[in-house]
Design a protein around this ligand. Structure first.
Ligand SMILES: Cc1ncc(COP(=O)(O)O)c(C=O)c1O
Length: 398
């Protein structure tokens, strides 16, 4: 189209393409081992179970599965989600649930609901790239707060909130990925969760968005409670099926107070009317029949892969390189020596047959140039070993 750029909405004219999405294209090239995307291992997609449930639904409920459904989602799935959340200590009913088209649509929904151009949003440094992008699209001014091994550093958050209060720009919400964070793999301690909630109350009940796709993929540790269960009046919780079962159905959910869910329904109506009832019904049955068994298998497999990648890094990585050892999830985060640029390393790494995501993509302020995100869920153990060997060799070349 002629002069397309000038015709696009202003926010889109200067938007950059996602580095992750660009990288995912590399997955098609068999000579490159990708540690880049956040892909689950397709060998553990429950194909047989999905086939069985699909046949059953098409035989018994085609008029529901293939029709439109309510915007908040199918009763069958919302009821299953309520039970799942209750098992996590979240006291909710189905009025607190809206089904979304994947976790990403939940972030977009929140952006539409809460963000006016110029609004402040606080996130972790680093944070999930897809959230940074979604919130920026609505004109948010993102401020990152550094993390350590226990999550967001509370003294830094306090000092930033004090500055923002003086400038009359307190954030609309604080966005957190407290469980096995994407990208760092860090889990926020209970103490930090409580401190951040208490800070939010002190500064006038700032909402907290708790985005938690990885919580169920834990490697034998006891998890701190969800932030929602600690403060249901100020926390909005987001979940997704993508990492714990499969991403292809595009099923996610938002858990929040009834007033927020009502507002979300209004906004979602203008986006997609409803999430696919067909995949909602299959998901509901899968959760009911198979999820606990499936999760225990997944935890075992991913823990083995985590162990494999940790062993390989100890063996292969040059001195001066360090990394996080996550207790769950799909990612570890690697720190190169100061001054080394992971984006430059990536260019060479691709030539050497391995890809990752440079960590700066996850830093809303562009910092973190010497960091990289490594995914360990997608590749086989053999390929993980080979990938780390290639990566270590590439880093050595610097
Ligand atoms: C923290 C976080 N939130 C949301 C999403 C998006 O999930 P979905 O694939 O269900 O849209 C991801 C995916 O990687 C994620 O890591």
């Amino acid at each position: 189209m002629k002069n397309l750029k000038g015709k696009l909405a202003k926010w889109l004219q200067n938007a950059k393409r996602s580095e992750i999405r660009e990288l995912l294209k590399l997955l098609g090239d068999p000579s490159i081992i990708s540690l880049g995307g956040g892909f689950p291992d397709p060998n553990f997609f429950p194909v047989k179970e999905i086939q069985e449930i699909t046949n059953e639904i098409l035989a018994n409920k085609p008029e529901l599965a293939l029709q439109y459904c309510t915007t908040e989602g199918m009763e069958e799935l919302r009821n299953q989600l309520v039970s799942m959340c209750q098992r996590q200590g979240m006291q909710i009913s189905k009025e607190n649930v809206i089904v979304t088209s994947g976790g990403q649509a939940g972030l977009d929904l929140l952006g539409k609901m809460f963000i006016d151009v110029g609004d402040t949003i606080i996130c972790e440094l680093p944070s999930y790239l897809g959230a940074i992008q979604a919130f920026k699209m609505f004109g948010a001014n993102l401020i990152g707060i550094k993390m350590d091994k226990d999550g967001m550093i509370v003294s830094e958050l306090r000092s930033k909130l004090e500055d923002l209060r003086t400038e009359n720009r307190l954030p609309k919400f604080i966005y957190l990925v407290p469980d096995f964070q994407n990208p760092s793999g860090v889990t926020m301690s209970l103490e930090r969760r409580e401190e951040i909630i208490s800070l939010s109350r002190e500064f006038g009940e700032i909402s907290i968005v708790e985005d938690s796709p990885y919580r169920e993929i834990s490697f034998g540790i006891e998890m701190p409670p969800t932030m929602f269960s600690l403060a249901p009046d100020i926390v909005i919780n987001l979940g997704t099926l993508s990492k714990i079962v499969l991403p292809g159905f595009r099923i996610g959910w938002m858990i929040a107070g009834e007033d927020i869910i009502k507002a979300a329904v209004m906004v979602k109506q203008s986006t997609d009317l409803c999430t696919s009832p067909f995949t909602q019904l299959i998901t509901a049955k899968f959760i009911e029949k198979y999820l606990p068994f499936h999760l225990s298998k997944l935890r075992e497999v991913y823990q083995e892969k985590r162990d494999c990648i940790m062993d390989e890094m100890i063996l292969q990585m040059p001195k001066g390189v360090s990394w996080n050892n996550p207790d769950g999830g799909l990612f570890t985060f690697v720190y190169l020596p100061d001054g080394m640029d992971a984006a430059e390393v990536l260019k060479k790494a691709i030539k050497n047959g391995v890809a990752f995501v440079p960590g700066s993509a996850f830093h809303c302020d562009g910092s973190g140039k010497n960091t990289m995100r490594i995914n360990f869920s997608f590749s086989s153990q053999k390929n993980l070993g080979l990938a780390i060997e290639r990566l270590a060799k590439t880093i050595n070349e610097f």
